[in-house]
Design a protein around this ligand. Structure first.
Ligand SMILES: [Mn+2]
Length: 233
């Protein structure tokens, strides 16, 4: 457990953490950094490693392509945004992670998303940069603007309120190394939006669109189930 700004942080976020560290602002803001940085790290690393045991047995190529991670955000909460960035930083092999590109899709309402965010990143996540769009362009344009800055071999797009797992990159990159035309998607587990509790997404792993273009999850077919952890179409 970690005490932060009147709240206590264990495996979940406590009330006090929902305040921006910058709302107190002023010259004292910098001295508050360690406490809230720790709160982010605690949130990031507190839950049990849910990596499926079967995946630990799989071997991946030693020489994987480098990666630029593109993270568009719009008025994102500071804790969830930093949780995303910090987990990427900690759980990506440093030789593979080329850069993290945050794309601000025209946020105006939260002070910490402006220069304080860049100050924090410069200090703690030097691989990260912020691209600012002058006004809100929408998710797809924001992704494209981030992609324009990418220098890595592979572009990975993430939401601004997620957390990557231990060994998240090699299983995504290995199929691309084998065939560069491959587009991959991970099995995405669930973080409860009210409690931040973590729940594995154990079934229904196939993504599909119905005739109205609504996204659906479908169960794995028997031969795919039998072949795990190999990727499935
Ligand atoms: Mn989302």
């Amino acid at each position: 457990m970690f005490k932060v700004a009147g709240g206590t942080v264990g495996g979940t976020l406590a009330a006090g953490v929902h305040e921006s560290p910058w709302s107190a602002a002023g010259p004292q803001a910098a001295s508050r950094l360690p406490a809230w940085v720790k709160s982010v790290l605690t949130v990031c690393c507190s839950r049990k490693d849910e990596e499926r045991k079967i995946c630990a047995l799989k071997k991946y190529s030693e020489r994987l392509p480098t990666v630029s991670v593109v993270i568009p955000f719009f008025e994102e909460h500071w804790t969830t945004l930093l949780r995303t960035v910090v987990s990427v930083m900690h759980r990506s092999p440093p030789e593979i992670l080329r850069q993290i590109i945050l794309v601000d899709d025209g946020s105006t309402m939260k002070d910490f998303l402006q220069s304080p965010l860049e100050t924090w990143l410069k200090r703690y996540v030097p691989k990260a940069m912020v691209v600012r769009l002058p006004y809100r362009r929408g998710l797809i344009v924001a992704r494209q603007e981030g992609a324009k800055k990418a220098k890595g071999d592979v572009i990975v797009v993430l939401d601004s309120h997620c957390e990557v797992m231990t060994n998240w990159l090699p299983p995504l990159l290995d199929p691309i190394l084998k065939n560069h035309r491959t587009v991959v998607c991970p099995l995405i587990d669930v973080i409860n939006q009210a409690t931040f509790a973590y729940a594995p997404q154990d079934h229904g792993g196939r993504g599909a669109f119905d005739w109205r273009f609504f996204y659906k999850r479908l169960n794995l077919r028997p031969h795919e189930q039998a072949n795990l952890p190999e990727p499935f179409p």
